[in-house]
Design a protein around this ligand. Structure first.
Ligand SMILES: [Zn+2]
Length: 350
């Protein structure tokens, strides 16, 4: 957020305070400070303040970056600045109505696929306007992908890959991109739970049953993407495939980005996202990300057969206890999606 912008909201808030006699929660300053409790994440902390955590996540990070572990974790017992709420959220409209000042809500567009709570996509910029992105989350339908036990419950790769993919879709759309969510589940939406319930009703765009047979399943995805690619000929098009099963077993690497060895644009996309992650990790774990080509496994089929330039992302290993800590936390899934989206923007603008 640039400075003028920020000051504008600060000014606005001071005005709101002047008009709202019964508003006591903000004290003398326009910025509220709260102390993180044990177990608090950024999302839950903001939610408790009645703020839409997704709209204000970036501001929160920007304002508190020196006070966060790995750029995304709170320290219990420390103080955090709460971003001033902007004009375009339901919450601020409610706050303002309480303060008997009337300001119109700026409309976002609603997309049911993100679920009721996350349906509204607000426009942040037009940086990706006119671009087309195909997002494929790994597995789905009859195939849950890698599975693991968490406590006494089972968790499955496809649900986590899908959640991150939806969050990524929403980010890209907020910058004006046209996004095809290729593997889709009409009733899951973006979920803020740690344990995501396993179901098998995912379909392939627009509404195709996903076959159980692995080759048939991959072939179906390839055909759908390539058909859409033809329809969108002439536009800037990219494909991002997301999995949560890492081949990194035994290596201390969190995230892998793969690309086709012969695709210059695919390489550039993978490297742009890689670079973004590197920046985010810089202070902490610079060596825990990797990008390059890969030779093995049937996933290569997708890399080789799809026409748009693409990157294949593997976010941790759902069976690793260490990775579970990252993947099960909805704050982390949001941060991962956000970082991927920043890499995508970097790729396009570079
Ligand atoms: Zn997988």
């Amino acid at each position: 957020m640039n400075h003028t912008f920020f000051r504008y909201f600060k000014t606005f808030f001071v005005l709101a305070l002047l008009f709202g006699a019964e508003n006591t929660i903000y004290g003398q300053d326009s910025l509220k400070v709260v102390v993180a409790k044990k177990g608090d994440g950024i999302l839950s902390l903001l939610r408790k303040q009645g703020i839409d955590p997704y709209d204000h996540y970036d501001d929160f990070i920007a304002m508190n970056v020196d006070n966060l572990r790995d750029s995304i974790h709170l320290y219990a017992g420390r103080k955090y600045l709460i971003p001033p709420v902007e004009l375009d959220t339901v919450e601020v409209v409610e706050t303002i109505q309480k303060n008997s000042t009337k300001i119109k809500k700026i409309e976002g567009e609603d997309f049911a696929i993100f679920g009721k709570k996350h349906a509204t996509v607000l426009e942040k910029s037009e940086r990706l306007k006119g671009n087309v992105y195909y997002l494929v989350s790994g597995h789905g339908g009859p195939d849950p992908g890698a599975m693991a036990k968490y406590g006494n419950q089972m968790i499955a790769e496809d649900e986590y890959a899908y959640d991150i993919t939806l969050r990524l879709a929403k980010e890209l759309m907020s910058h004006g991109a046209f996004v095809y969510i290729i593997i889709r589940d009409e009733n899951d939406g973006i979920r803020d739970e740690r344990v995501l319930k396993i179901d098998h009703d995912e379909v392939a765009y627009p509404n195709k049953t996903i076959p159980l047979n692995q080759v048939a399943r991959l072939k179906q995805r390839v055909e759908i993407v390539n058909e859409l690619y033809r329809e969108n000929r002439g536009k800037y098009q990219r494909l991002i495939v997301t999995h949560v099963d890492s081949r990194s077993r035994g290596q201390n690497i969190d995230v892998f980005f793969y690309h086709h060895e012969k695709s210059k644009n695919g390489k550039k996309l993978a490297e742009s996202i890689h670079k973004t992650f590197q920046e985010k990790y810089k202070k902490f774990q610079p060596n825990r990300i990797y990008s390059g080509t890969f030779e093995d496994r049937s996933s290569l089929y997708l890399v080789k057969k799809t026409h748009p330039a693409m990157t294949f992302i593997e976010i941790g290993n759902i069976r690793s206890k260490k990775d579970q800590r990252r993947i099960l936390d909805p704050d982390n899934r949001q941060a991962l999606a956000k970082w991927i989206s920043e890499g995508v923007i970097l790729d396009y603008e570079k």
